[in-house]
Design a protein around this ligand. Sequence first.
Ligand SMILES: Nc1ncnc2c1ncn2[C@@H]1O[C@H](COP(=O)(O)OP(=O)(O)OP(=O)(O)O)[C@@H](O)[C@H]1O
Ligand SMILES: [Mg+2]
Length: 250
Amino acid sequence: MLDSVASVRDFAFAARETSALPIRFEAVTFAAGPTRILHGVDVTLVPGSPTVLMGPNGCGKTTLLKLAMGLLTQIGGAITFAGGPAPAGSRAIVFQKPIMLRRTAAANVAYALRAAGKPADEANVRRLLDLAQIAPLAARPARRLSGGEQQRLALARALACEPQVLLLDEPTSSLDPASTKLVEDIIAQVSASGIKVVMATHDIGQARRLAGDVVFLAKGRLIEHAAADRFFNDPVSEEARSFLAGNLVI
Ligand SMILES: Nc1ncnc2c1ncn2[C@@H]1O[C@H](COP(=O)(O)OP(=O)(O)OP(=O)(O)O)[C@@H](O)[C@H]1O
Ligand SMILES: [Mg+2]
């Protein structure tokens, strides 16, 4: 554990650039064909603890993450990073079910480093594998790793570009409690190193453990954006109250 903390410290640069922050969504609207998916979302994400996206299935969390990554383009409104377009290589995303290249875990990380224009030497690969606590599995075929191991490898790959913003879509949704804890520890360390984490989760316990603030969506609308303590202890909206009580199903 101490080792991995040390490696995270190495990973954090003394003066990490935050030229991609804040991330500002202004009146962001998205539709797929005739289906309106996001309705005028206004929210600003600032440096600091993770921002957690919550809300019922289909409320637009994944869509918001893909828009933030630039994988989709809004049909209305604007998304800016420190007032402009996202700097090259400043964002990385990990999906719920990451796709592994048909090669070893180490080679997956080396590939991500090369793709990011970083040296893919052994020390760099090792540093990222250590960070994701999968160094002992370096030589294993990535596709043979368990779900939890693949998720950690996906985190290592995402961090290869030294992003300022790490977007995570339900990173622990199919993991057991021990693997979930490992991934949460990595997320907490990544966040402590100065990387802005924005993650979707349905796990209320996880959101309580990790979130600095919560963005709560329902039916494609931003319902509430609040500090985590406030959101969990005293939600303002009826929708959030119902959701936290397990009653809001859409
Ligand atoms: N390409 C598409 N075409 C049509 N509808 C889409 C498309 N992509 C997403 N949607 C719809 O948009 C809504 C929001 O989807 P999204 O995946 O963002 O929700 P989510 O909050 O991530 O849900 P979940 O909690 O189930 O992951 C859903 O109703 C979904 O069916
Ligand atoms: Mg989703």
